[in-house]
Design a protein. Structure first.
Length: 127
């Protein structure tokens, strides 16, 4: 049975989808934009700050599900400009430790709300 996970500590969905869905101990987190949940606006700053904001939103959703960043097994990072990769990667590294989750990072033509970065994640509950 699938269970929608929702927290006010991360931005609400901007369409017909859940922030995350828990299915058989696996949490599928929808792409998180670098939006401050308190204001609904993008956080100020460069790609490092934007990456941190997206990952903070992921962390808030994980916490709502009783999980942590250590439970993340896979992420996908969508970048508007692959030239931002090094700065994104440096900020991303602050959120994970070994064993690092698997990851894909791709450049896309456009993201919702003209964001510069969006990150999705999959986490597995470890008893």
């Amino acid at each position: 049975m699938n269970k929608a996970i929702m927290t006010k500590n991360a931005p609400g969905a901007i369409g017909p989808y859940s922030q995350a869905v828990l299915a058989d101990g696996t949490l599928y987190i929808s792409g998180q934009l670098p939006v401050d949940p308190a204001t609904g606006e993008f956080v100020p700053g460069g790609i490092g700050e934007l990456t941190k904001a997206s990952l903070n939103n992921i962390r808030a959703i994980l916490e709502e599900a009783g999980m942590s960043m250590a439970d993340v097994v896979k992420t996908t990072v969508f970048l508007r400009d692959m030239n931002d990769f090094a700065e994104m990667n440096a900020a991303y590294a602050l959120f994970f430790s070994e064993p690092f989750p698997a990851r894909a990072a791709v450049q896309v033509a456009k993201l919702p709300r003209d964001a510069r970065v969006e990150i999705e994640a999959i986490a597995v509950h470890r008893p």
